[in-house]
Design a protein around this ligand. Structure first.
Ligand code: PRX
Length: 661
């Protein structure tokens, strides 16, 4: 169906896409189905009949030093354990077993740098570097269970650092490079990291940020932090190095022994902590463990993207610092022995066709990107990708936020040439791996729907009040059975873990935090967050976190942040700010507030819009009514204002907005 609609009949692309909006379903082409790893829908029934058997089968695709005794230990819900009694090592599964099988010369990463550098890193090279750095960490006193912080840009060393930690059983705590040094400090402090691995400088669009110097300014004296390891990347001069604490990555690697056997670790040994945003200002340390996580990411990477490791070139265009990067740049692809593309930079530097230039040059076959990026490319025009040969592409993925049908169709037509299936994958930092997604050789897709749960995953949409399953209609999304790659807890906050995810509907039902709609065919349509979490360009932020950064400005009395719908970024940060006393809101103050947010969280969290407010709408109990703020920001008629302590606040806010326009 898709192919016929794509035919060029002399009409403009815009007209063609509009006409295609009428098409509700896109069936997998026969050609794709015939070669797909999974093409028989019976896989869903098999997994539903025996989920543990299905997941055990997936776990068998990994190499275990000792086989598990129990697939799922559900004796203490919601603290589920998977593959207990089993021993394995993630780094062994990602490296040694491929090298031992004679695949050491295979490229693990086609790394492409901003300034046109090309570095192809093979499995054997990664294996060598990881062993050295693992030994270096040991030499620095890192022991099993010690947390290692990683704050690195998109360079191969970030993978080396993560796998070296996995090799010796030291959980890593990666902080996205876009977060500020202040955020790094907070995360290192929470997790009591012993070592931080960072870089001299990070390059972005031709400029170099002096990362090490900035880290030094903010890190202060963290009692737990014994060593800072610095990767030489930007080759900056005069990098400050504190004697007795700071060491160069290349020097400690050179001094370390070459062989470091992978440590056999319990299936439930912590693999990493990754902080993400929740309802409150304090980030949540999502804890993932070894056997279940690797099983989940390897199986989903293989089946959702129909990966043929001998032929495919995989490109996940996320950043390693987010869960998408952990699971689908590092662990899933390496466990499956895939060849990946790793792009250091931005999508518009040195020019707006750089992604397509890299895709053409590496002959990428599978691409996984965020809707924000797709919408941006759409805005730049189809003429840009059309200049490149993208004929190697055979499947496209989307992740991070709902994809609007128009962007879906543009992706399908312009990037995928009408022939590539699109997999819209829904999941979260907490779920570790993809949960709701099409299987490209089986599922008929509907633009805008993430379709149905992956085999072995069970989801329902339930009523907000009664928690009863909704057959067709809107409600809250819940996952109704444990899955191997689920978070095990919030680091050092077991109670908050239970409270956040399992208090509302009981310990057997994981509350996702998204609203969703289930249609008559059982397809799921994700609507968005139900908590105060905002999704800006696929970056997850808590409104409370941004608010507390804004009120840190001395002239600010109070702030309320909402996620406003945004054509480009999905949602954008809009802040209502009340200033102290008689202070007037000025452009200068807007810039200052933006700078405070950039310093405390990161540039990506800066408000796109600041609205000065004499007062904020509050209930009688003093709670800010964000719903009304969203109505105002998005120019809608106001909802019910009768519960406000002072309903006149809304009228004055509206007139303030008008004055500003
Ligand atoms: O709201 C959902 C949205 O992103 C949230 C999870 O964010 P994070 O933990 O940062 O992980 C993002 C990458 C996996 C979800 O609660 N989200 C993620 N994927 C989709 C999505 N919303 C709609 N459709 C998706 N495919």
């Amino acid at each position: 169906m898709a192919d016929t609609a794509a035919g060029d009949s002399g009409t403009s692309l815009e007209q063609r896409l509009d006409a295609m909006l009428e098409i509700e379903r896109f069936d997998p082409s026969q050609q794709f189905r015939e070669q797909a790893l999974l093409s028989d829908p019976a896989v869903y029934e098999r997994a539903a009949r025996d989920p543990q058997g299905w997941w055990a089968e997936q776990a068998e695709a990994l190499d275990w030093f000792e086989r598990w005794d129990t697939v799922l230990d559900d004796s203490e819900p919601p603290f589920y354990k998977w593959f207990t009694g089993g021993k394995l090592n993630v780094s062994y599964n990602c490296l040694d077993r491929h090298v031992d099988a004679g695949r050491g010369d295979r490229v693990a990463y086609h790394w492409r740098g901003e300034e046109g550098e090309r570095r192809d890193v093979t499995y054997a090279e990664l294996h060598r570097d990881v062993q050295r750095f693992a030994n270096a960490l040991k030499d620095l006193g890192v022991q099993q269970g010690d947390v290692v912080g990683i704050y690195l840009p998109m360079i191969p060393e970030v993978v080396v650092a993560m796998l070296a930690c996995a090799r010796i059983g030291a959980p890593h705590n990666v902080v996205f490079g876009g977060f500020s040094a202040e955020s790094v400090k907070e995360r290192m402090e929470f997790s009591e990291a012993k070592v931080l691995v960072t870089v001299d400088g990070a390059r972005r669009k031709g400029k170099t940020a002096p990362i090490k110097a900035t880290v030094d300014e903010h890190m202060g004296d963290l009692a737990s932090l014994k060593t800072v390891v610095v990767v030489r990347h930007a080759r900056l001069d005069g990098v400050p190095m504190t004697a007795g604490r700071d060491v160069w990555f290349d020097e400690v690697c050179a001094a370390a022994a070459a062989d470091c056997p992978a440590e056999p670790l319990d299936a439930e040994h912590p693999l990493f902590i990754l902080y993400t945003s929740g309802s409150t200002a304090s980030p949540k340390g999502i804890l993932h463990t070894t056997g279940g996580y690797l099983t989940g990411v390897a199986a989903t990477h293989r089946y959702v993207f129909d990966l043929k490791p001998d032929e495919d070139v995989w490109w996940c265009a996320a950043d390693v610092g987010w869960i998408t990067g952990h699971s689908y740049i590092v662990y899933g692809p390496l466990a499956n022995g895939a060849t990946s593309v790793m792009w250091e930079g931005a999508p518009d530097y040195p020019h707006k066709g750089i992604w397509w230039e890299v895709a053409e040059e590496t002959r990428a076959t599978l691409l996984y990107a965020a809707p924000t990026a797709i919408r941006t490319f759409m805005k730049w025009g189809h003429e840009i990708p059309e200049r490149y040969d993208l004929s190697a592409l055979r499947l496209l993925g989307s992740v991070g936020e709902p994809i609007n049908p128009k962007a879906w169709l543009w992706y399908h037509q312009v990037i995928g040439g009408g022939r590539c299936p699109i997999v819209d994958t829904w999941w979260q930092t907490e779920t570790g791996a993809i949960m709701i997604t099409p299987l490209p050789g089986i599922t008929s897709t509907k633009p805008g729907s993430a379709t149905t749960p992956f085999p072995g995953v069970a989801a329902e949409v339930v009523g907000e009040g009664d928690g009863e399953p909704i057959d067709s209609g809107q409600g809250l999304l819940v996952l109704t059975q444990p899955w191997p790659s689920m978070l095990r807890t919030l680091y050092k906050e077991d109670e908050r873990f239970v409270e956040t995810y399992f208090a509302r509907f009981g310990k057997e039902r994981y509350l996702v935090g998204d609203a969703a709609r289930r249609d008559r065919d059982g397809y799921l349509w994700i609507i968005g967050r139900i908590d105060d979490v905002v999704n800006v360009s696929g970056h997850r932020l808590s409104t409370a976190e941004v608010e507390s950064a804004i009120v840190a400005h001395e002239k600010v009395a109070e702030a309320a942040v909402i996620g406003q719908s945004d054509e480009d970024t999905g949602q954008a940060i809009c802040a209502f700010v009340t200033l102290n006393g008689e202070i007037e809101g000025t452009d200068e103050l807007i810039a200052e507030i933006g700078a405070v947010v950039a310093e405390r969280i990161g540039k990506f969290a800066r408000p796109k819009r600041i609205i000065w407010a004499d007062d904020l709408p509050k209930t009688r109990s003093g709670k800010i009514m964000r719903r009304l703020l969203r109505d105002i920001a998005e120019g809608r008629a106001l909802g019910d204002v009768t519960t406000l302590r002072d309903p006149s606040v809304m009228a004055s806010l509206e007139s303030q907005i008008k004055d500003a326009q």
